[in-house]
Structures are given as C-alpha cells and as structure tokens.
Design a protein. Structure first.
Length: 510
C-alpha cells in the first residue's frame, strides 16, 4: 500500500494523552526555575559556599543540555512511550534524592540526575505529540497548549518556588515533582498508544553520542563559567575552543556514519533550522529577563518570594493567550513565519519598555504592560515553532528532531543567563565607578542604581536578540499553512503558502 493511500486513523485517546504529556512538560520546564528562588535557603541549610552555589543550576543544565540528543535517539530506538515513562520515574527518584539532600554533594548529584532523566523525557514528550496528532487543526490546538506550557512554565516555576519556599521550605521545590511525575507516568502507561512503525531500530551511534554530549557540555559550561570567572578566563576560553572542535567533529562524523545520532537531514531543512536558531535566540533573551526581573522585584522593590512569583502572572497569562487564542487559531490560516516574525517583534517591544526601568518604576505602569506584550509575543511565536520542529521529518527521526528543540532552548537558556548577566555586571561596575561621588554620600542608593543600570543595559541586548530572531524566522521559514496542502501553482505571489509543505508527520506505509 502506498504512503498516500494509507491514512492512519486518529488515536481516540490522544487528548487524554496530551493532558499527561503536558503535565510532564510543565514539570521539566518549571524545574529549570523553581530552584532559583529556593537556592539562597538551600545554600544556608547545607552550608554551600558562594563559589559552589552555581552548581545547583549548572549540574542540571550540563546533564540536560549535553544528553538531549542522546535522549531523542533513545526515544526513537526504544519507543517514545517507554522512554517517556522511564524518564518520569527517574526524574521522580532524582527529585526525592534532592529533597532529602544532607550535603552539597547529594544536592548536586540529584540535580545532575534530574538533568539525565529530563533529557530522556523531554524529547519523548514532544515526539509523542508529533506522531499522535496528524490532523492539522487538532495538531495546532495540541501544540498551542504545549507551546504555552513550554513558554510559561519557567514563570510558573518562579511562582511555585516562591510559595513553597516561603510557606514550607526549600526541600519542597524538589518533592513537588514527585506527584507530577507519578500522575504523568501512570496516565502515560495506561492511555498513550504509540503508532506502530514509527521506531528507528538502527544501531546506536556511540561516537556521535560521545562527541555531541562532550561538545554541548563544554559549550554550556563555558557560558556558565564566563558568568562567574569572566570571558578572558583561561578555562572559559578552553571550554569554548573544545566545544568548537568537538561539535565540528560531531558534524563530520554524522555525515559519514551509517546510522547517525543526528541525521543531518533533520538540520538541513530550512524550516526546522530556522526554528532551532530563532527559538534558541529568543530563549537567550527570555532567560536573562527572568533573572533580572526576579532580582529587581526582590532586591530593588523589596517583594517577598511569593509576591515576586505572582508578579510574573501577566507574562504567563500573555503566553497562554498568545499560544491558544492567537497562535493556534491563526496557524491553520496563515504561514508560520507570519506568526513567529511578528510574535518575536511584539516580545521585543515589551522588552524595549523594560529598558526604561528605574528604581522607582511603577509595576502597573511599566512592568505589567511589558510582561503582557512579552507573553503575547512569545506565546504566539512558540506555538508554531513547536509544531514546525518536527515539520516534514520522518517518523523514525521525530525523537531526535524534538530533542533539537529542547537542545536549542537549554543551550539558549545557559547562554542567556551567562551572557546577559555578564553584560549587566559590567555595566553596573562601570556606572558605579563613574558615580563614585554618589557612593560616598549614599552607598546603598548607588548600589541599587548601578544594579538597575546594569539590567537596562543588558535588556537592550535582549531587544536586539529578539529582533534578530524575528528576522531569522521570516527569512528562513517558508512553510505554508498546515491545511494548504500541495501547491496548485500560478499564484505568482511567492508567498509561503504556495509551496508544498505541511506540518503533519508523513504516514508510514504498512
């Protein structure tokens, strides 16, 4: 039977499955930020030094970012459902270990294990959606929900982290993952039915696994170290050089081996390549902003952890609205680039408002409208980006294609935190030096003014990064509407909707 004749019927339990997949994705995304607010309390309780506290964040980022491609390939090899459930169970156990940590070694180890199992379950979750939702309109809704969670989960983590830390204690920022994981794993086991014939049973590319993992770990660690040791530090430079060599070797290896870990055909498609690049840049801007706003609200404005978390609600509401009400509704009507490009530009306008931050800035007058614009823009752009991540890819490659989305987000997050924080610190130091007279009169005021000046200087960079992300989305992505179908020709407009491309996964012949 031909591929075009074999039409797979939709999975009747696909919407139930989406609920459990979304729950797991929320757990992974919020875990990236939930620990941030609890970190000062955990540091005091376990006697972690200032020099070592970064490892609570870095251990997770290194394991997660370094092993995502491997996790995506395992999902293709083992099956997405099995990988998803194993990832959830492992994540729950690692979270229990973190919550029960008695010293810094146990805490760092638990965070690394969370990263390992997160690298298994995150690509499996996205690729399950890709192979379960084949109808264009249904897929738009499913990815709208998923995109809202992927975009807003980090802010939810700040709210939940603030509440748990203040109402209970820092250990509950780990323990809270356990019910999430158990419910999602049980639901996935009983509800998810993975389509037949979508596995890639080729042998595992061991050299590719080693080179990609070491290359990504070196890259993430290089940016993380730059934040604390500076860009001119010898080890920082060494990490970047090593990363370049390892990743280049990885690409050369993948072009020659029979069963590559990351088939270059996944990257060479202009739509997927445009998504990975623009999404990574957008996350650079967003993660830096999360850090700045958290410090601004708590240190400058004196907000409590819980109040700080709730202060991010407008951004979450904007992201949910952008994904489910704007992106999902328009995705079947207009080409993806006409959502992603304007979406990133809208977010850039919101970021531009925040360049006007001052010590006495009004939350309602400045920060709230900026967050709404950021949320609407990012939500509108994230939704088609998540769907396009597996655009036109063969079912056997959907796991590794999904892993590339998570890799771009994770690496982008590490780069954003380090890059923008370093820019902010440099600008703050320069401001303090040029206003030394004020420091002699009121050192506390100078400290706060320097901090805010540093934030606004770095936010200007974030504005530029979002504009570049918008330009890349408009330039690279030419996928038409998911309902457009094959080109009919003759339009002469050159619009993306006149080309033959769809969001759905090709049907497997049986």
């Amino acid at each position: 039977m031909s591929k075009t004749a074999d039409i797979r019927l939709p999975d009747p339990s696909r919407w139930k499955a989406l609920a459990f997949i979304a729950l797991a994705q929320l757990m992974v995304v919020l875990d990236a930020t939930i620990v941030n607010i609890a970190l000062p309390h955990a540091q005091t309780a376990l006697g972690i030094s200032d020099a070592n506290k970064q490892w609570v964040i870095t251990a997770y980022a290194l394991a997660f970012g370094g092993l995502l491609l491997f996790g995506g390939r395992i999902a293709d090899l083992w099956g997405r459902k099995r990988t998803f459930v194993v990832g959830l169970i492992g994540f729950a156990l690692a979270s229990a270990l973190g919550g029960a940590a008695q010293n810094q070694g146990m805490l760092f180890g638990s965070r690394a294990l969370q990263g390992v199992f997160g690298a298994l379950l995150a690509p499996a979750a996205l690729s399950l959606l890709a192979v379960m939702f084949t109808d264009a309109k249904e897929r738009a809704k499913a990815f709208g929900i998923y995109g809202a969670i992927a975009g807003g989960g980090g802010a939810v983590g700040l709210i939940l982290g603030g509440f748990l830390t203040q109402a209970l204690n820092w250990r509950w920022t780990f323990f809270v993952n356990i019910p999430f994981a158990i419910i999602a794993a049980a639901g996935a086991y009983f509800v998810i039915r993975e389509p037949a014939g979508s596995r890639n049973r080729s042998s595992l590319d061991v050299p590719g696994v080693v080179l990609s993992a070491l290359g990504l770990v070196s890259l993430v660690y290089g940016f993380t170290r730059a934040e604390s040791a500076g860009w001119s530090d010898g080890l920082t430079i060494g990490m970047f050089v090593a990363s370049g060599v390892l990743l280049l070797s990885f690409v050369l290896t993948e072009s020659r081996v029979k069963s590559p870990l990351l088939p270059l055909r996944v990257l060479m498609d202009r739509n997927r390549g445009g998504v990975y690049l623009s999404l990574g840049l957008a996350v650079i801007a967003m993660f830096g902003l999360f850090l700045f706003l958290t410090y601004y609200l708590q240190v400058v404005k004196g907000y409590s952890p819980i109040r700080t978390g709730f202060a991010f609600l407008p951004m979450i509401a904007g992201m949910i609205t952008g994904s489910t009400q704007i992106g999902a509704r328009l995705m079947t009507r207009v080409p993806a680039r006409k959502l992603m490009g304007p979406g990133f530009l809208t977010a850039a306008v919101g970021m531009l408002l925040l360049t006007q931050l001052e010590i006495g800035s009004s939350y309602v007058g400045l920060i709230l409208p900026a967050q709404v614009l950021l949320g609407l823009g990012m939500g509108t752009a994230f939704m088609p980006a998540m769907s396009l991540a597996t655009h036109g890819v063969e079912p056997r490659d959907s796991g590794v294609a999904s892993a590339m989305v998570n890799t771009s987000q994770q690496v982008g997050g590490a780069i954003g935190t380090a890059l923008l924080n370093t820019i902010a610190a440099s600008a703050a130091t320069a401001y303090a030096s040029s206003h030394a007279a004020l420091g002699a009169k009121n050192p506390e005021l100078l400290k706060l003014q320097s901090m805010v000046h540093g934030f606004t200087g770095a936010i200007w960079w974030a504005v530029g990064i979002l504009v570049v992300a918008s330009a890349i989305a408009v330039t690279f992505i030419n996928a038409g509407r998911p309902s457009a179908g094959p080109a009919t020709g003759g339009s002469g407009s050159g619009d993306a909707s006149s080309v033959e491309d769809e969001f759905r996964i090709p049907v497997v012949a049986h």
